[in-house]
Design a protein around this ligand. Structure first.
Ligand SMILES: [Zn+2]
Length: 304
């Protein structure tokens, strides 16, 4: 109990496929420290755990080893049945007792949460969605994730899959997904999904961002883009029709695309089961740091 009273800092760790970000928040939730290290996912689990430790150590040194909470955001979630990580697109981590491994490595208790949930919570509490009650946060990065926040509280669900919208099937005959299904949202509107579509149709490799930022398009390229916005519309309209959120906030690398908030929004509104639609679809405010801030806020629950 003594440690609970003394806790003044909240450390967040965002475990991404390419980067691990760490941040320390003070008790009024200002970000006082941030650092990034490479994940080196191809070097295996032990290397990833060592990198997490390295990032954590930098933060604890910065706060002079003062009492703190720890929250970790990671792709996927822990199965309540097996205690093992599943659904992570950093696939080498699937099947591992990730929370326990990190706790052992850092020698501390922590809360592990899905990275898109961390993003949604941070934007709902400190970011673009601060004035809304029911927030759906969307990550459109290498993969696609989502998270629901209701009155500043995460909706996690009994199976810990609330908001896992990226693996809703929107075309059963669609492209194969790493999750084993076909035609998931992620196969159409994530960076990797769009890049695969470009590769298939244009036989070349170009990043999703560079492709979307081209000044002009051939007919085939135009078709790829129309397809991208069509599925963006379809996937988000399903969310609005089910839960009618007060706002949808977009994050991840592709959320920088201005057209998502104009043309993309029109595509969403086309499919709403209503005579009008006014759901705001807005850009995140916390940028790349939303995930790590959300992880720190979630970890803070350990001591609240
Ligand atoms: Zn999938």
């Amino acid at each position: 109990m003594a440690e609970r009273r003394l806790t003044k800092f909240h450390i967040g760790i965002d475990l991404g496929g390419t980067k691990i970000e760490v941040a320390a928040l003070n008790k009024t939730h200002d970000v006082i420290f941030r650092e990034r290290v490479e994940t080196g996912a191809n070097k295996g689990t032990e290397h990833i755990l060592n990198q997490i430790f390295k990032a954590y150590q930098s933060a604890t040194q910065y706060i002079k080893n003062a009492a703190h909470s720890v929250g970790v955001g990671a792709p996927g979630s822990i199965s309540t049945k097996s205690g093992l990580l599943r659904n992570s697109n950093t696939t080498c981590l699937n099947g591992l007792p990730l929370q326990k491994l990190i706790e052992k490595k850092l020698n501390t208790k922590l809360i592990l949460e899905n990275d898109a949930n961390c993003f949604a919570l941070a934007e709902a509490i400190m970011g673009a969605a601060i004035n809304y009650n029911l927030v759906f946060g969307v990550i459109m990065g290498t993969g696609c994730g989502g998270g629901f926040v209701i009155n500043k509280q995460l909706r996690i669900g009994p199976q810990l899959i609330a908001g896992e919208w990226g693996h809703s099937i929107i075309n059963p005959m669609g492209p194969k997904c790493y999750c084993g299904k076909q035609g998931c949202v992620e196969t159409y509107i994530s960076g990797s999904g769009l890049e695969n579509d470009i590769k298939k149709n244009l036989k070349k490799h170009i990043t999703a961002k560079d492709f979307l930022n081209q000044k002009s398009y051939s007919q085939v390229e135009k078709k790829i883009i129309d397809n991208f916005y069509y599925y963006f519309g379809l996937s988000l309209s399903n969310i609005i029709n089910i839960i009618d959120p007060d706002v949808i906030v977009l994050g991840g690398g592709l959320s920088q695309q201005k057209e998502l908030y104009s043309y993309g929004k029109q595509e969403v509104y086309k499919n709403i089961f209503s005579d009008y639609c006014m759901t705001p679809i807005i850009k995140n405010k916390l940028g790349d740091s939303a995930g790590v801030i959300g992880a720190a806020l979630i970890g803070a629950k350990l001591v609240c």
